[in-house]
Design a protein around this ligand. Structure first.
Ligand SMILES: *Cc1c(COP(=O)(O)O)cnc(C)c1O
Length: 234
């Protein structure tokens, strides 16, 4: 009895993940990529999404990301979406496809150093503080400009800034979320014009999670980071 229950559960879970992925992907315009946020979920669960054809996954802790990278298929693109401490960069520097959460010059310096050690250029997004809550990480627009104008940044050869990331306030109020996302898109346009006008690689706006990705897309997101709407609640 138990065995059958388990098999059904596994089958239901596989189908649920496949359905969720399929439904979300049909909602995304071609210009928007889906990062399936798999934090706290076991490799077997991630494999269900992989087998369904998904190859881009996001994690929020370097210590959790490294073992998953080691045992899962090597054609997965791993994105670091959560707050990253400088002393953890070395764990993910050899393979990470995109770090969404660069929120200080100090962190960017370490990423550059680890990029050099690994003989690669590490793609990064600058995280901008757009939420009204003070708890969320991120740079202000002014701090972002200061970073990009700093001599230290100008000399970095092992990082490449591909755009901006932001997290909206945790609220049911979609109008507020929309205004915060709109502010991020405005910052993106200004920073693009000021510092990256001829650089096609500066093209990504990472905004939108399970509860607000449709708003994010309407406001110009190119990367949505979706966890619970694919894998269920954590
Ligand atoms: C957990 C997390 C997500 C996904 O959140 P859901 O609400 O489960 O979609 C997205 N971005 C970051 C930075 C996260 O930590």
């Amino acid at each position: 009895m138990n065995v059958y229950f388990c098999m059904d559960y596994q089958k239901d879970l596989t189908m649920a993940i496949e359905d969720n992925l399929h439904n979300i992907k049909t909602e995304l315009p071609d210009s928007v990529k889906l990062v399936a946020v798999s934090k706290t979920h076991a490799p077997e669960i991630i494999m269900k999404a992989y087998v369904a054809g998904h190859k881009i996954f996001g994690e929020s802790k370097a210590q959790e990301l490294l073992p998953k990278y080691e045992i899962l298929p090597k054609d997965i693109q791993w994105h670091m979406v959560g707050h990253l401490q400088s002393n953890k960069v070395k764990f993910i520097a050899p393979f990470v496809a995109l770090i969404h959460s660069v929120d200080s010059l100090k962190l960017l310096k370490v990423i550059n150093k680890e990029g050099r050690k690994n003989n690669r250029v590490i793609p990064c997004l600058l995280q901008i503080h757009i939420a009204r809550e003070s708890s969320k990480f991120g740079l202000s627009y002014e701090e972002c400009c200061e970073l990009l104008e700093s001599e230290a940044y100008t000399n970095m050869e092992h990082v490449s800034i591909h755009g901006l990331m932001g997290m909206a306030t945790f609220t049911e109020n979609h109008q507020q979320v929309r205004e915060e996302f709109r502010a991020l898109k405005n910052y993106f346009d200004q920073i693009k014009n000021k510092y990256f006008i001829n650089q096609e690689s500066f093209s990504q706006i990472s905004m939108g999670m399970s509860d607000d990705y449709l708003v994010g897309i309407e406001e110009g997101s190119t990367l949505v980071r979706i966890g619970s709407a694919i894998f269920g609640s954590r």
